[in-house]
Unconditional design. Structure first.
Lengths: 114, 111
């Protein structure tokens, strides 16, 4: 049973560029959440997708957008990259039908903005 | 006041001793509480969840919850060097909704 997968593992971009990160949820999960983790900090919630719609959103600017596909996989897009966007981006999947279950994290994508 | 506060750390504990990790939270509506372990350069891994006041034990780990005090803790008995990691506390309304993390407590087990 495959867990949560993310691609790419590492990414280097320059300021002003755009980036797309990808996530496939754990088998049986239908909900995908994205988190940003800066060095030395805990993960910060970006947004959550369920039934191809954004269900919850954290305190992130509109430069951060996402999408969920019919197979429950998801993308995170960040436009006009800033140096401060350098972080580990984590995808977590869960099941909306099981509220007592928790979120399982993928290995993350390390984004470096130069 | 921060939403989630944890032991400032780093915390050093001798091998075989009990490590005690603490967490307070500000959102009174939180119903679910999770402890994640994160090794350096890796993603968070769930080690414990707790929903009701009191203690919950799982192997060498015990989570304690006091909703009235808005306090949750994690005890690690018989600490092993492999327990050296950053421990993240995360309350939530429900487990499948937004998790709010503290900055984490870095734990080092000294052989």
């Amino acid at each position: 049973d495959a867990g949560v997968t993310q691609s790419p593992t590492h990414l280097i971009k320059t300021r002003g560029q755009q980036v797309t990160l990808r996530c496939s949820p754990k088998s049986g999960h239908d909900t995908v959440s994205w988190y940003q983790q800066a060095l030395g900090q805990g993960p910060q919630f970006i947004f959550q997708y369920y039934e191809e719609e954004e269900r919850q959103r954290g305190n992130f600017p509109d430069r951060f957008s996402g999408h969920q596909f019919p197979n429950y996989s998801s993308e995170l897009n960040v436009n006009a990259l800033l140096l401060g966007d350098s972080a580990l981006y984590l995808c977590a999947s869960s099941s909306t039908g099981n509220p007592t279950d928790t979120q399982y994290f993928g290995p993350g994508t390390r984004l470096t903005v130069l | 006041q921060k939403e989630v506060e944890q032991n400032s750390g780093p915390l050093s504990v001798p091998e075989g001793a009990i490590a005690s990790l603490n967490c307070t939270y500000s959102d009174r509506v939180s119903q679910s509480f999770f402890w994640y372990r994160q090794y350096s350069g890796k993603s968070p891994e769930l080690i414990m969840s707790i929903y009701s006041n009191g203690d919950k034990e799982d192997g060498r780990f015990t989570a304690q919850l006091n909703k009235a005090s808005q306090y949750v803790s994690l005890l690690i008995r018989d600490s092993q060097p492999s327990d050296s990691a950053t421990y993240l506390c995360a309350p939530a309304n429900f487990g499948n909704e937004k998790l709010t993390f503290g900055t984490g407590t870095r734990l080092t087990i000294i052989p």
